[in-house]
Structures are given as structure tokens and as C-alpha cells.
Ligand binder design. Structure first.
Ligand code: GRF
Length: 205
């Protein structure tokens, strides 16, 4: 069966990468194969997960590049060399420019740990998202997978899942519950949907 080749961009622990790997192993992702992992940071545990699962992995750090352009040229070269059809951003901390994103229309998806349009956009990443949710006092938060366009967290929504905020939650406990109950569930589903769409609507790039 024809499978879309997926690159997963990471910077941290890689628990979302792990959810994708597990879904692939369980045949819940059938229309795609994880063909490449790119880490933006050298000591990301996500790189260990890639290695343990025999997935080709690369380090492309913005810090090692003289400019955003050089960084994105390196990314683009690695993606093309590996015949990548679509990109999953799973905790990748470097922002991609509009110019880069335009080269991959509806071919980049991102997981964000809130129900967009709440607590999203430029300064909302990591624990900050959950701190803001607790400061506001929302009773429900969650996660969103969306296509990436030029507006931070502004692309078309693919899937969302709600998670309850509990009394006594800290940003850390809330982050963990959002990951377990929402992110790890909807990211593999959205990756499968995106891959299926690529296969059905013509080819892979
Ligand atoms: C997740 O919370 C994700 O929503 C955000 O970055 C975090 C990545 O965690 N974009 P991990 O590296 O997948 O464990």
C-alpha cells in the first residue's frame, strides 16, 4: 500500500513522537510511515526514541545557523533528500517563516496544548499555555491539531479534544493530563487523516 512519508520535528522529550511510533506499530497509522525525525536541539530525548526505533534522525539547530534562511534551507534540503510528503511538528520550538510554510501548503501539522483559539499564538508554548489556562480559571482545556500557515497557531483545525481542569491543578499536572488524555490521542489520528488525504488527492509530493 502506498504510504505518505512523514517527518516529525521535535525539540524535547518526544512523548508525542512516541505516540506516533506506537500508533504506527499498532497499525492505527496505516497511510503514513515515520521516515525521518528532525530535532532542533542536541539533547532532545526524542532523538533516543528515534534511534531505538531505527528511524533516521538528524539534528538541525537554529543556533548553528547564521540566519533563519540558512536554517530553513537546511531543513528543506533534509526533507527533500528524504522524500518527505508531510511534516508533523511535535513540540518543535523553532518558528518557521511564512516563506518556508508556503512551500508546504496543508502539508505541515502542529499539535498545540490548548483548545485554539484560546491560549495560543506567539508567546504561548510549553508550560505557559497551562499557566494561562489556570490564571483564567477555565474549567475545560485540551489540545488542538491544526495545519500550519503563516499565522502562529492560525491554520485550519483538524482535530480537538477537551480535557477537564481539576481543582488543585498546577501547570505541570494539567500539562500531563492534556498530554495523556488529548495530545497522544489526537496527534496520531490527525497524522493518519492528513496522510490519507495526501494519498487520495494525488500523490505524495
Ligand atoms: C507538547 O505539549 C506539545 O503540545 C507542544 O510541545 C510539547 C511537546 O512534548 N507543542 P513532547 O516533546 O512531545 O513530549
Amino acid at each position: 500500500m502506498l504510504k505518505a512519508r512523514m517527518a516529525v520535528l521535535v525539540s524535547g522529550g518526544g512523548t508525542n513522537l512516541q505516540a506516533l511510533i506506537d500508533a504506527q506499530k499498532a497499525d492505527k497509522i496505516r497511510s503514513a510511515v515515520i521516515a525521518l525525525v528532525i530535532s532542533g536541539t542536541p539533547n532532545a530525548y526524542a532523538l533516543v526514541r528515534a534511534r531505538e526505533n531505527n528511524i533516521p534522525a538528524l539534528l538541525i539547530s537554529k543556533k548553528d545557523c547564521a540566519s533563519q534562511e540558512e536554517f530553513e534551507d537546511k531543513l528543506q534540503a533534509a526533507l527533500l533528500e528524504n522524500d518527505i510528503d508531510f511534516i508533523v511538528m511535535a513540540g518543535f520550538l523553532s518558528i518557521l517563516s511564512g516563506d518556508f510554510v508556503k512551500k508546504w501548503p496543508r502539508r505541515i501539522i502542529n499539535i498545540h496544548p490548548s483548545l485554539i483559539p484560546s491560549f495560543c499564538g506567539k508567546n504561548y508554548y510549553g508550560l505557559r499555555v497551562h499557566e494561562a489556562a489556570l490564571e483564567k480559571g477555565v474549567k475545560v482545556t485540551g489540545a488542538t491539531v491544526h495545519f500550519v500557515n503563516e499565522i502562529p497557531d492560525g491554520g485550519e483545525i483538524i482535530l480537538q479534544k477537551a480535557v477537564r481542569v481539576l481543582r488543585g491543578d498546577t501547570p505541570e499536572t494539567l500539562q500531563r493530563r492534556v498530554m495523556e488524555q488529548a495530545e497522544w490521542q489526537i496527534l496520531p489520528k490527525a497524522a493518519e487523516l492528513a496522510a490519507k488525504d495526501i494519498i487520495n488527492t494525488g500523490k505524495p509530493r
